[in-house]
Design a protein around this ligand. Sequence first.
Ligand code: AMP
Ligand code: GLY
Length: 423
Amino acid sequence: MKILVIGSGGREHALVWKLKQSPRVSEIFCAPGNAGIGMLATNVPLPISDHAGLVKFARAEGIDLTVVGPDDALAAGIVDHFEHAGLRIFGPAQAAARLESSKVFAKEFMQRHGIPTAASGHFTDSTAAHRFCQTSRYPLVIKADGLALGKGVIIAQTPWEAAQAVHTIMEERRFGAAGDRVVIEEFLTGQECSVHALVDGEHYMLFPAAQDHKQIFDGDQGPNTGGMGTFSPPDKLVTPEIVERIHREVMEPFMAGLKKDGLRFRGLLFPGLMITAEGPKVLEFNCRFGDPETQVLLPRLRNDLAELLEATIDGKLDTIQPAWDPRAAVCVVMASGGYPGSYSKGKKITGIEDAEALEGVTVFHAGTQWDDEKNLITAGGRVLGVTALGAGLGAAQARAYEAVERIHFEGATFRRDIGAKGL
Ligand code: AMP
Ligand code: GLY
């Protein structure tokens, strides 16, 4: 089977790495890919937004299955384009991907189907939004409706901050059309976790949970990023009782809701959850693999990923028995100095081979490329996801940081406490 993976981050490197281990897979292409992906697959220099070009490539190359990484491709309807052309592709069609691309749509879905989430209102008119902020309790969370690279969520401590947030999103239109509507919701307290489930429309397969570290600095300080590191499993937070509640209160009503609304969803659902004193509540739905969650989940997956993705498309997830490595995994993201603000590129990266010589260590590339002299250089904000398996969380964490110490590039920035909240 020939596979095309779409995307260029650490998530896509992990997908390619895992698919490469499948005896069903003969060849992998990745558009556009990165330097690490290029060592396992053939990189195809087509932008993610060029659906027509990607369809043409998949036809010409005889691709049997395409796997979509990023949310914006799903929101733009890449799955619909491929299916119209008669091509097999993993991911929800545009109508179902609205669960991620519109927070208003997701909130209404949750309210209609009894899925626990923060109480909220939504507004198309900034005057009404401002009025609502004046009469609410604080802190208050203001969210742009559409995709905004993870930056469209503002936590306001005071009515003044809330007014600023509404102004930024709706009047200044910092996130463009994503800010045509806002969701304003109650602030939830608790710890967050990331849940992944393959969904074939009839059945779902829940993965072990993971925890992300969104803020740039240790102790969850500083601005949010795309994710500075992950670990799995977070057993202290996601106890067997919580897992049971995720099945009953989130996944089962989600599946029933898809049916009632006539939404066809075949792909990966990743609800971001807040584990509150009252139980799990959904902060958001993502309709794709998480980044850097994928970098700790796939090294723990024992099944053939190609088989799982095909079973999802074919509605046969019930025929597969999931198997997971009981070891823990920790992924530490190494980022460019200055990220998530501005940063420079082109810094030479060394030591990856030494890091991977350590048992259980895999280094997933994100923003990397080769320069003209065949040096590996930085090419993005998040550069590498250094992942280690270990007998327990402590062992995995120690091994991941041992690996990080072996890797060097100018300005390298990483958190030193990935996994600490799970110990
Ligand atoms: P979202 O894109 O909706 O997941 O929001 C991004 C981040 O904002 C989440 O990962 C949380 O850290 C935070 N957040 C979002 N909604 C809430 C909420 N209702 N209460 C507390 N924190 C929130
Ligand atoms: N790590 C969070 C996300 O992929 O959205």
